[in-house]
Design a protein around this ligand. Structure first.
Ligand code: KIV
Ligand code: ZN
Length: 516
């Protein structure tokens, strides 16, 4: 099995995404997560670019253990020295030197002739070698460079000591066959090519970043440069999660492995999205919210019979919660019944038909029918949950400089139970007071408050999702009131009553499910 080195440049090229500036703290957090993900190299920044970038590379170098830590430098003395200083505390430091080799860049940007570029590239690698053993060289805009000249530059930098030569498709201009053949010809034409590792760095201007990288791998590339969520200059870089999951999923054809712990992919994607503020499109391959969601009834039915009918990857393998069947107007009865089962409700045939009819009516009006809606259909139509606990009154005490305190009185049959607690906010204080008097313990998974009408006397509708410490399932509660604290308390009690009802049923049911 060929091992592909994963070089992550989220913190350097990825940070060049318009609007994606990261502070040092965020960079360290991402770098630590990249290390947990198992990337081989973290390109932490471009130290000469700013004081902040220098500090970030330097901090990442001393804190993050595991991957090689790399800094970028132009083929200039000042850049190389600054980079060497920034990475010096890394256990495995790398300097990445770049210099453009295409006619257009040499003529208009650098205003230098080929001979001068060749000399400068050779010199820069030799100079960087004084500070660090592990040198990578990139002939910028390689895919638009004259092939013979490019091969001469590659040969020269390998001779000067570059351990990795990275071939960038800087402007995302290449197409897969062409790029693959470029890599193959460098491998075959450059006499010392076996003395260095060949890498690729593909931009996504035409949406071909991943395809070009794969074509390069199939033609001999051993390192792929990529970013989380495909971030990067303009349309971004090849996306790490896509490259890795293609190599994993199609190992039969590609015969390659990486060191990536794929179960960390989703978490890493979320973290990068949160810290850069760049949202991941829902239909993004591998890590998008819809990547494992199925809407069509035929697909949902297939998935329920055999997951692999419509899924080529397991959601858990990328750290995603699981397959999601979106309940909407395309969903069939099978999916509807399964969804209810997951929520702890198993309906008898007649009730199922009735509830399914209600669901279809609602789905016609609403794009997506959520679990809360399903439970509401079931409860309103088919069961009435006994109000084991009922709110009598509550008081919120707020004193300047102190946490809010709640006093809550709840009736359980004829008994009035009173409890009090302080909390981070009034709702938290109330929930803690309720837990203390009812002696139940719940994890609050979700709390949402929305106004159902307009104006000052608007009704506040509260939804809560809780998981009893003693159970594996989740329970939903909701309530509405013009007083949002009251709505919050009642929503919590509603969930608690449902839990008690389900538990009672569970005890009676052979199937340990809520049988209605
Ligand atoms: O796109 C590019 O050419 C680069 C180089 C610095 C590798 O980002
Ligand atoms: Zn780039």
């Amino acid at each position: 099995m060929k091992r592909i080195i994963i070089f992550d440049t989220t913190l350097r090229d990825g940070e060049q995404s318009p609007g994606a500036s990261l502070d040092i703290k965020a960079k360290i957090e991402i770098a630590k997560q990249l290390a947990r993900l198992g990337v081989d190299v973290v390109e932490a920044g471009f130290p000469v670019a700013s004081k902040g970038d220098f500090m970030a590379v330097s901090e990442v170098s001393s804190i993050v253990k595991g991957p090689s830590i790399c800094g970028l430098a132009r083929a200039k003395k000042e850049d190389i020295e600054r980079c060497a200083e920034a990475i010096k505390r890394a256990k495995k430091p790398r300097i990445h030197v770049f210099l453009a080799t295409s006619k257009i860049h040499m003529r208009y940007k650098l205003k230098k002739a080929k001979a001068e570029i060749l000399r400068q590239a050779e010199w820069a690698v030799g100079y960087a070698r004084r500070f660090c053993d592990d040198i990578e060289f990139s002939p910028e805009d390689a895919s638009r460079s004259d092939r013979d000249f490019l091969c001469r530059v590659v040969e020269a930098v390998i001779k000067a000591g570059a351990k990795t030569v990275n071939i960038p498709d800087t402007v995302g201009y290449a197409i897969p066959d062409e790029f693959g053949s470029l890599i193959r010809s460098i491998k075959t034409k450059v006499p010392n090519s076996n003395k260095a590792r060949l890498s690729v760095h593909c931009h996504n201007d035409l949406g071909l970043g991943v395809s070009n990288s794969l074509s390069a791998v199939r033609n001999g590339a051993e390192q792929v440069e990529c970013t989380i969520n495909g971030l990067g200059e303009r349309a971004g870089n090849a996306s790490l999660e896509e490259i890795v999951m293609i190599l994993n999923t199609r190992r039969d054809i590609l015969g390659c492995a990486t060191s990536i712990k794929t179960e960390e992919l989703y978490k890493t994607s979320r973290l990068v999205s949160k810290l850069t503020g760049i949202v991941v499109q829902p239909n993004k391959a591998v890590v998008g919210q819809n990547a494992f969601s199925h809407e069509a009834g035929i697909h949902q039915d297939g998935i329920l019979k055999k997951r692999t009918t419509y899924e080529i990857m397991k959601p858990e393998d990328v750290g995603f919660g699981g397959t999601r069947l979106v309940m909407g107007k395309h969903s069939g009865r099978h999916a509807f019944a399964e969804r209810l089962k997951k929520l702890g409700v198993e309906l008898k045939r007649d009730n199922l038909i009735k509830a399914f009819g209600r669901f279809k009516d609602l789905a016609d009006k609403k794009k997506e029918v959520f679990d809360e809606d399903l439970m509401a259909i079931v409860e309103e139509e088919l069961v009435s949950i006994p109000e084991t606990y009922r709110l009598e009154y509550f008081n919120i005490i707020r004193e300047r400089g102190r946490l809010p305190k709640a006093e809550v009185a709840i009736r359980k049959n004829a008994v009035l139970l009173k409890g009090s607690s302080s909390g981070d906010g009034p709702v938290d204080a109330c929930y803690k007071a309720i837990d203390s008097v009812t002696r139940h313990s719940f994890q609050l998974l979700d709390y949402s408050l929305k106004s159902t009408t307009g104006g000052k006397d608007a009704l506040g509708e509260v939804h809560v999702r809780i998981r009893p410490v003693v159970a594996l399932y989740e329970v939903l509660g909701r309530s509405a009131s013009t007083d949002i604290i009251e709505a919050s308390i009642k929503a919590y009690l509603n969930a608690l009553n449902k839990f008690l009802f389900a538990r009672q049923k569970e005890k009676k049911s052979v199937h340990k499910k809520l049988k209605l």
